[in-house]
Design a protein around this ligand. Structure first.
Ligand SMILES: NC(=O)C1=CN([C@@H]2O[C@H](COP(=O)(O)OP(=O)(O)OC[C@H]3O[C@@H](n4cnc5c(N)ncnc54)[C@H](O)[C@@H]3O)[C@@H](O)[C@H]2O)C=CC1
Ligand SMILES: O=C(O)C(=O)Cc1ccc(O)cc1
Length: 361
């Protein structure tokens, strides 16, 4: 691929453009708000000048409701040899394109499974897609050349291609992305009018569960509006679990021992099913779920502490597989959790202790 056109230079479009431009592709940037394309160009994602002929690949990265009309315009204008979109929902845009009478042989619906809580070109990063699944939804009418260009884009962005049917994709993302967003928002919404004294007690659990509740509501309204049925189906299952759990908790308040035992069984059931589901979440780079051992260390909230602890772990010859920091409310210190291969945990803890760190575990 030598030339590309990104239409919609927000978070996703500009991130893809940065990755392509960084690997030598000439990228043209277009947005219905020219200021967004200018900002993306200023960040080194390409040029906001229009191409003077058809580019190799056009990447449409606009909100789902505008995908079909934008693609239809681009295809009719002959802007590229091949076209793809990156919208979070795949079935609806394809059906809209069909209804518009568009020639779909040069089009492929795709979806990179990577995002951030922020929107717009300033939030874009070149390595956003590294190691993440990028779904491709070819059909029998998709030209091989288009599929090959899409695979080249995915490779240039260092993502991992996954081929799926469009409607199966929409059901899958309802389960793993769209419903979790709503549940996170609902948990966070409990905090809105909560007492300050309660909010001060927030720990890592609620931070983990509500991280994505900070996302842009307009973007999620667009996504949920394009996938309402599958999300409602998953949420109805969650609602059934909620009803059961409320009943089980009320039973725990009962004076009747049998009722209390039933309540315990109900709560245990949902917690154990949660363990089973969590164990299925893939590990880093899509690998099988990994079980790491965690070494917990007290660190000061001051410049250079993280660099120092990582350098000391390097001295122990230990690869840190994952890391989390738990900040203590109102204190200039926190706990860092270093996740490592179980066989490396003891050596890491010993080296860190020798070098003066307060190792908790
Ligand atoms: N944000 C995320 O986490 C992810 C989003 N996506 C999908 O990527 C697409 C873009 O999302 P973001 O980059 O997050 O949104 P964004 O809000 O950061 O950027 C969207 C851009 O599209 C432009 N735009 C809107 N309508 C347009 C039109 N008709 N013609 C040309 N430009 C237009 C806007 O001015 C804006 O610059 C959406 O379809 C979204 O579903 C896919 C994966 C992850
Ligand atoms: O939901 C996730 O897993 C994310 O990492 C964020 C995200 C949001 C929207 C998408 O279309 C894809 C990914």
């Amino acid at each position: 691929m030598r030339t590309a056109l990104v239409i919609g230079t927000g978070l996703i479009g500009t991130s893809a453009a940065l990755a392509l431009a960084g690997r030598g592709v000439r990228v043209h940037l277009m947005d219905h708000d020219p200021a967004q394309a200018r900002t993306a160009a200023a960040r080194g994602a390409g040029t906001d000048q229009a191409p003077d002929g058809p580019v190799d690949l056009a990447i449409v990265a606009v909100p789902p409701a505008h995908v079909a009309a934008t693609l239809d315009g681009a295809i009719r204008g002959g802007l590229a040899r091949a076209y793809l979109d990156v919208a979070s929902v795949k079935g609806g845009p394809r059906r809209e394109l069909e209804a518009l009478g568009c020639d779909l042989s040069g089009y492929l619906g795709t979806h990179p499974m990577a995002g951030r809580e922020r929107s717009g070109p300033m939030a874009a990063i070149a390595d956003l897609f590294e190691g993440r699944p990028w779904v491709l939804t070819p059909t029998r009418e998709t030209d091989t050349e288009v599929l090959n260009l899409a695979l080249e884009l995915v490779a240039l962005c260092r993502a991992v291609p996954v081929v799926m049917d469009a409607d199966a994709h929409d059901r899958a993302v309802a389960l793993v992305s769209h419903t979790p967003q709503l549940i996170s928002s609902m948990v966070a919404a409990r905090l809105r009018g909560a007492d300050d004294t309660a909010v001060r007690l927030c720990g890592q659990g609620i931070r983990d569960v509500t991280r994505i509740a900070a996302s842009d509501p307009r973007m999620w309204l667009d996504i949920l509006s394009a996938n309402p049925g599958p999300v409602a189906d998953v949420l109805a299952g969650v609602a059934a679990d909620l009803d059961e759990t409320v009943r089980a908790l009320r039973a725990l308040e009962s004076a009747d021992e049998d009722k209390r035992a039933g309540g315990v069984a109900g709560i245990e059931d949902v917690l154990r099913r949660g363990n089973d589901g969590r164990a299925r979440v893939p590990g880093k780079h899509g690998a099988a779920p990994a079980t790491y051992e965690t070494v917990i260390v007290l660190i000061g909230d001051q410049p250079g502490e993280l660099a120092r602890i990582f350098a000391d772990a390097g001295r122990a010859g230990v690869n840190i597989e994952d890391v989390r920091i738990e900040h203590a409310t109102g204190q200039q210190s926190g706990l860092i959790q270093l996740m490592v291969e179980p066989s490396a945990a003891a050596a890491l803890a010993a080296t860190l202790r020798d070098r003066g760190w307060a190792v908790r575990q």
